[in-house]
Design a protein around this ligand. Structure first.
Ligand code: SF4
Length: 713
């Protein structure tokens, strides 16, 4: 008798926002065979090294398998009933004594949409506070804020196919080659097929992405608004504007142009300020002016700034001026960092948003969501954004925090402040898949969550594509889905509305809310009406689809590759907005004590704080330990040598790593990767060094510009 050959399960990679489809098959020896899903539109079977190594990251070594409670300073294993009672009882006592704003959730772009939805429903509609923020605040919130200002809602106009159709691709603040490799390969194939396509990379570092570039503009850190205001001004002077589009479909051009012309009307002055060659700047401006099908894709180098939202809008302004939006092969494109940063945004994952792209500060939206949920209350104002949330914990106004699927002790700026906050917090609950992390060390309650390959749900990638993550492994130990843990606590708090039989029921409620009182409103753009009423078998079979999603007359799902083809935006008047963006320097300038600019980011083969990718030996081959990348002349100047340990310090903290050269860094800057945590031999958390200044609109921290000094260790 032959055993049946097991079928591979189709799922989605849990790392970056490209959102590649994978197939996974458990083998008899316990290994997992991973391959790219040839039918998935985001990657057509291709995987980068991180995705290909997924099978090496699913072992149970180091996993958190049982709930645990801290008693007399020591964690002991507990039953689920004990742990859930402690969480619900602790939250209830604090809410009763200090009000709903005294408790908070801090969640993650690693959560599935269903987890995110239940967390937001519990916090905003039942506890009645908007103190729920997410680590997406650290990577995407400036793009969200920029989209909302320009389009009226957080809407990504284009899709990956536009990269195939473009005649010019501008990559701003994005090391696409390392951080979004499959998208980079797509651009590389475009360049190979059509060598005349122009690739421009705008980045202070000469990264691996520059290998594809016809033109690299190594701008001075923090000068993007000068560069794009200069472009706006140049385009306007050159008459490269879509007058009919501007007249019929936009507002606010004159103030935006006036703001751009104050400092940026002279390209020579812009080149001087951005520290780029005038000829290179003019080549970029001239190329942009002459090319209709141009995509400007941006990522953390734009977003992670105290002027991040203005940087986003300065880019969008250039596309609105030229009408290059909503059509094939053109548009501004936000490259999402995490696999489900977009899904979190759909359900109101940020402290200043409501579910289904509604706004907390809009009374009608609050009423719509509360009516749909039949919930007892509704948060009346935006909650605390990540940096302010941990400040409020340290100050004592927030007394309980539930951290889910993220490691703020490593990933937040001014990570020493996060430690002070967690030490002071009356109740720290952590849901995670790993037993020992820097954040777990401060937990009063640890809750074991399902990980990738064990849980079911959906994620949304950078191009609004909803894909299924599917379980192919049994739940280890007593681990549970995050949405279920949240629902269990909600019921213990005495709340109705959390009796979901499975992830499909959560998804259905999310889809129905998107369509509730939607027709004829500006919210119609975010609409999942075609996905309402999915029963478990259809949810399980759901194919990748881009929202908005409707059903055609034949009952088939109809997704939407692009938005704004009809030139209707989500502001009340249906028009897009130019936003006046006055350039401003990074918040903290260098000085004689801290003369270098610290830039942080990812390396090719690691992900976030390495709790998963750190398990795959072959991923460590690329970069074995943290490092301080600096220019050889700066190393000479500051008395440090390649291969030796050095201390990088700021007024917020210090860390130690080995000096290296060769990362394409310009003089005056250093680069340190974000991944290494405090669980290594030396505490290599760069978050302890990063300044906690945030963008005033988005609340996104300035990870790309902290004044530091480097000295021998
Ligand atoms: Fe995963 Fe991103 Fe690599 Fe695709 S490009 S396999 S989504 S890490």
């Amino acid at each position: 008798n032959l055993s049946p050959i097991p079928l591979a399960v189709r799922s989605t990679c849990p790392y970056c926002g490209v959102g590649c489809g994978v197939t996974a098959m458990p083998l008899p020896d316990g290994a997992i065979a991973i391959a790219g899903d040839a039918s998935h539109p985001a990657n057509r079977g291709r995987l980068c090294v991180k995705g290909a190594a997924l099978g090496e990251t699913t072992s149970l070594e180091g996993r958190l398998l049982h709930p645990a409670l801290r008693e007399d300073g020591v964690l002991r294993q507990a039953s689920w009933d004990e742990a859930l009672d402690r969480v619900a009882g602790g939250l209830r006592a604090i809410i009763d004594e200090h009000g709903p704003d005294a408790v908070a959730l801090y969640v993650s772009g690693q959560l599935l949409t269903e987890d995110y939805y239940v967390a937001n429903k519990l916090m905003k509609g039942y506890i009645g506070s908007a103190n729920i923020d997410t680590n997406s605040r650290l990577c995407m919130s400036s793009a969200v804020a920029g989209h909302k200002r320009a389009f009226g809602a957080d809407l990504v106009p284009g899709c990956y196919e536009d990269f195939d159709l473009a005649d010019m691709v501008v990559l701003v603040g994005s090391n696409t080659a390392w951080c979004h490799p499959i998208l980079f390969q797509r651009i590389a194939r475009l360049k190979e097929a059509r060598p005349d396509v122009r690739i421009v990379v705008i980045d202070p570092r000469r990264t691996a992405t520059c290998e594809l570039a016809d033109l690299h503009l190594p701008v001075k850190p923090g000068t993007d608004v000068w560069l794009f205001n200069g472009l706006l001004s140049y385009l306007a002077r050159a008459g490269v504007r879509d007058a009919a589009f501007i007249e019929a479909h936009t507002n606010g051009l004159e103030p935006a142009l006036d703001a751009a012309q104050v400092d940026c009307s002279d390209p020579l002055a812009v080149a001087r300020h951005c520290r780029v060659e005038p000829g290179d700047l003019m080549a970029f401006y001239g190329g942009f002016a002459a090319t209709t099908k141009v995509i400007t894709a941006f990522s953390q180098g734009v977003n992670q700034s105290s002027a991040g939202t203005d940087k986003v809008n300065s880019i969008i302004n250039c596309h609105l001026l030229t009408g290059r939006i909503g059509q094939p092969g053109m548009g501004p494109f936000s490259i999402t960092g995490q696999p489900n940063a977009m899904g979190g945004r759909e359900v109101g994952g940020l402290a200043n948003m409501l579910a289904a792209h509604m706004d907390l500060d809009n009374p009608q939206h609050r009423d719509t969501v509360q009516t749909f949920w039949s919930s007892p209350r509704m948060a009346a104002k935006g909650g605390l954004k990540a940096v302010d949330l941990f400040k409020a914990i340290e100050e004592g106004s927030v007394k309980a925090v539930w951290v889910i699927a993220t490691n703020p002790m490593v990933s937040m700026p001014d990570a020493n402040q996060v430690q002070r906050a967690l030490e002071k917090c009356e109740l720290v609950v952590v849901s995670d898949i790993i037993a020992s992390t820097d954040t777990n060390a401060f937990a009063d309650v640890l809750l074991p969550a399902l990980g990738w390959g064990e849980k079911d749900g959906t994620v949304t990638n950078s191009e609004r594509l909803i894909s299924r993550q599917r379980a192919f492994l049994p739940a280890p130990g007593e681990a549970r889905a995050d949405w279920r843990i949240l629902a269990d606590v909600a019921r213990r708090l005495g709340f109705d509305g959390f009796d979901f039989a499975g992830a499909h029921e959560v998804f259905d409620e999310h889809a129905r809310l998107s369509a509730f009182r939607n027709e004829g409103t500006q919210r119609r753009v975010f609409n999942l009406s075609g996905l309402c009423g999915l029963q478990a078998p259809d949810y399980d079979k759901l194919e990748p689809v881009q929202w908005p999603v409707r059903r055609g007359a034949d009952g088939a799902l109809e997704g939407s590759a692009r938005l704004f083809a009809d030139r209707r935006f989500a502001h009340a008047d249906g028009k897009a907005r130019f936003v006046a963006t006055a350039p401003r320097a990074p918040a903290n300038p260098v000085d004689p004590e801290y003369p270098l600019v610290l830039n942080t980011g990812r390396v090719r083969d690691q992900w976030h704080t390495m709790s998963r990718t750190g398990r795959a030996p072959r991923l460590a081959d690329h970069t074995a330990e943290s490092f301080i990348d600096m220019h050889p002349q700066d190393a000479l100047l500051y008395g440090v040598r390649e291969g030796e340990l050095a201390r990088v310090s700021s007024q917020w903290g210090a860390m130690v790593a080995r000096v290296q050269h060769g990362g394409g860094i310009a003089r005056g800057s250093v680069f340190v990767p974000i991944h290494w945590n405090g669980q290594t031999a030396s505490d290599a958390r760069v978050g302890t060094v990063v300044n906690p200044v945030v963008d005033p609109v988005s609340g996104e921290p300035e990870f790309k510009h902290t004044p530091v000094q480097v000295e021998r260790f």
